[in-house]
Design a binder for this molecule. Sequence first.
Ligand SMILES: NC(=O)c1ccc[n+]([C@@H]2O[C@H](COP(=O)([O-])OP(=O)(O)OC[C@H]3O[C@@H](n4cnc5c(N)ncnc54)[C@H](OP(=O)(O)O)[C@@H]3O)[C@@H](O)[C@H]2O)c1
Length: 495
Amino acid sequence: MIGQLDADVVVGYFTGKSILITGSTGFLVLVEKILRVQPDVKKLYLLIRAADDQSAKQRVETEVTGREIFQVLKQKHGNRFEDFIQEKVCPLAGDIMYENLGLPNAKLTVLLKEIDIIVNGAATTNFFERYDVAFDANVMGAKHICQFAKRCNKLKMLLHVSTAYVAGEQEGILPEKPFQVGETLREGTHLDIGSELNLIKDTRRQVKANRFSETAEKRTMKELGLKRAREFGWPNTYVFTKAMGEMLLGHLRGDIPVVIIRPSIITSILNEPLPGWMEGIRTIDSFIIGYAKQALSIFLVDLDLIMDVVPGDMVVNAMMVAMAAHSEEQAQHIYHVTSSLRNPAPYAVLAESGHRYFLHNPPRSRKNGEPMPLSRMRFFRTLPGFRMYMAVKFRLPLELLRLLNIALCGAFSRRYNELSRKYRYVMHIADLYAPYALFKGCFDDTNTERLRVVMANKQQDKSRGYDFGFDTKTIDWDDYFYRVHIPGVVNYLCD
Ligand SMILES: NC(=O)c1ccc[n+]([C@@H]2O[C@H](COP(=O)([O-])OP(=O)(O)OC[C@H]3O[C@@H](n4cnc5c(N)ncnc54)[C@H](OP(=O)(O)O)[C@@H]3O)[C@@H](O)[C@H]2O)c1
């Protein structure tokens, strides 16, 4: 199939297909695109965490099809939009942490006969998630999806969304290579996924036996995740558990066709259907929001380093092309949907375009609506430099406040505790995000480039209004940040 790809073949591929999508409340762009370009898709089954199908339906209406990104589709279908959605979209209450995705038997029987394609986008993406929660979604979830896929009678494709950062903090060129079970990023260690599960169960038992408070339990489980991730060389619980999910999928898949897509940092839509649209605050967006509100004056980042970002519509285009390209192949393919190798964007571009954007569109005071004076941000290129600044500027005054508080018999206790908590939070966030702000790796995307080459000049059908481009080389980053992404962040994320 790969040699014959073009936009029409990709669109045609989805005709009459039944697709199960998990994590759709986080991946609206995919749901929208399939429904827009291929109205003859048979059914999109959206697996949603909800008490029952009726609540799942309500979640889909408010969190998926009711969102602004569906405007173009609404216009296209006019007052038939609701009927179209009713006909094509089937919300299912379920959860990938359970075997059979938590689906009742009757429904399972129907789905196993019906499903052609599975897209597993569901994940817990919090870097500092409880280990048990992240393990359930990102490791057991991948396993359950794989087991479900193997039972589907006519499955043609299982596409699993992972992340390029399963590579941890490695430097240099990072290949699109599968993980072997047990592989780690730290020399001299071996990972046993079964033992990790037992460790989680044992820790849960101890926590219960010792009657930990809810807060203490949460902290224990979160710290356990971070500790285990770092033990094996990953910087946080999220990417560690995503890597284990990939390992299980590769190991258990048998001969089902699997595509693993590893995007880097997904940013706002570049082209269609709504440039600038996004949801959820990403690493780099906290910088823009901090600047927009003039609430952040320092930032830990080396401006000369490359931030690897890729617009959400390009990720979805790559996913759809890869599904069509490898349908029914009894193999596993891995794709980095990234930009650092072919069109690197240094953090300096974002800092400059951000400053220029806010000079031209000054942030306004919440109190009186007046434009606020713009102060430039201060950037720290190393964690020790950042820590030193924080110690002098905040830790030292805090220490003085602590002593004063003791001398005045606790008169400033509340203030001290509050400031101390804030300080610890900032340091913790800096610690968690440092591996990304100071990332020195570069994602090889040879596999993805091969798909791009096949699709070159054949990725669009403008007369029908669709585009399957995912070539990050075509992006002028300064223009994208200035004209699309930063206004998008201001519009959709800053309240
Ligand atoms: N955002 C990025 O920059 C980025 C970059 C690289 C890769 N990725 C990958 O892209 C995917 C989507 O990421 P995102 O940022 O869009 O995440 P997100 O906004 O946090 O969405 C995650 C989705 O997964 C669902 N989910 C979580 N646990 C589940 C479970 N146990 N069963 C069923 N559904 C569950 C969530 O449902 P609820 O609505 O019920 O919580 C939500 O729909 C993830 O696989 C992530 O690893 C994202």
